[in-house]
Design a binder for this molecule. Structure first.
Ligand code: NDP
Length: 321
């Protein structure tokens, strides 16, 4: 970076393979909270004074890397900052050019980004769905949940979603076309509520929440049901995860319960982009995002995920395209 008294010129040092980005959108994701714990998860913990980083959409300003040139739109792993200089191969390997710019670029943080891919791989690979099956999705209006519910409808399943406000429940029933939806915060007995929505039981549970929700779901599962454990957001702020009491149902109902991480399913990425973009273009999939403007709003946006403040995929717009 070269500064003069009149202008600031941003450029990649000569001879390096670095990529200089102007960041446009940041993806605000629940897993970032886990990187704030001392114990490492599948990603290293953030260190004090380290710039927080996560998925984002950017434009290349300058590049010494053969795969990127100035003017390219890219998605990758960027800092919560206006400009990112990616100097190591970990970051440049994660960077990919955005092929289709006929959808809003912010969609590459959600519909066509990591959460979309999570929904696609999690539902199609982990849930082993079949037409006509009974599917339940928690946090169903969020980034991942809204797409799981719609993929399940496209598969011909009967789909019920839950969410934490009546506004979100309305979206689930109208915009996302689910068969039924309910506000879990208004249900004094979740087990009984699920019995009401699934009198014949649940074949597939797409787990985004954990804790009491999982406990309520297990007795409502059918024989040979599948639980895809995508996330357990209700647990991320707790010192110790809550106990789950109904695990013996896994035996008596022969349930397959499987956790997964999105980046283990890269082989599906091309298929995911092509299929989801086509569904969206054909009006078969709807998408809702919650965009707040300004980098300074990123911390509050992250905290808001844990009280359900976001309606749809939470995005922060750092700069106009
Ligand atoms: P969302 O857009 O769904 O936002 C989080 C939502 O979770 C909130 O809006 C809120 O919705 C709900 N929520 C927050 N706290 C609680 C709580 N205590 N109890 C119940 N619900 C709560 O986030 P994402 O779609 O990005 O992520 C959904 C899940 O998927 C998370 O658990 C995340 O960790 C996981 N994930 C896993 C990946 C993987 O590779 N396995 C990859 C990406 C995400 P509401 O108002 O409805 O309560």
């Amino acid at each position: 970076m070269v500064a003069s008294s009149e202008t600031i010129r941003l450029e990649v040092p000569n001879g390096s393979k670095a990529v200089l980005l102007k960041n446009l959108y940041l993806s605000i994701d629940p897993y970032l909270r886990m990187r704030m714990n001392r114990e490492e998860n599948y990603f290293p913990s953030f260190q004090p004074e380290q710039v927080i980083e996560g998925d984002g959409v950017s434009i290349v300003l300058d590049s010494g890397h053969p795969n990127f040139k100035a003017g390219d739109y890219v998605r990758g792993f960027v800092g919560w900052e206006e400009y990112s200089l990616l100097t190591n191969t970990f970051h440049t390997d994660m960077l990919s050019k955005i092929k289709y710019t006929d959808v809003p670029l912010s969609y590459y943080t959600g519909l066509l980004g990591m959460p979309g891919m999570t929904a696609y791989a999690g539902f199609h690979e982990i849930c082993s769905p079949k037409k006509g099956e009974y599917v339940y999705v928690s946090a169903a209006s969020g980034a991942v949940g809204q797409l799981v519910g719609q993929y399940a409808k496209l598969m011909g399943c009967y789909v019920v979603g839950s969410a934490g406000s009546n506004e979100k429940v309305h979206l689930l029933k109208t915009k996302f076309g689910l068969d039924a939806a309910f506000n879990y915060k208004e249900e004094p007995d979740l087990t009984a509520a699920l019995k009401r929505y699934f009198p014949e039981g649940i074949d597939i549970y797409f787990e985004n929440v954990g804790g009491e929700m999982l406990d309520a779901v297990l007795p409502n599962m059918r024989m040979n049901g599948r639980v895809a454990v995508c996330g357990m957001i209700s647990q991320y702020n707790l010192q110790k995860p809550q106990g789950v009491h109904n695990l013996p149902c896994l035996i008596t109902k022969c349930i397959r319960m499987q956790g997964f991480l999105v980046f283990q399913h890269r082989h599906l990425h091309e298929e995911f982009i092509e299929t989801t973009r086509r569904y969206f273009k054909e009006g078969k999939i709807a998408y809702v995002e919650d965009v707040v403007e300004g980098l300074h709003n990123a911390p509050a946006a992250l905290i808001g995920l844990f009280s359900g403040r976001n309606v749809g995929k939470q995005v922060v717009m750092v700069a106009h395209e």
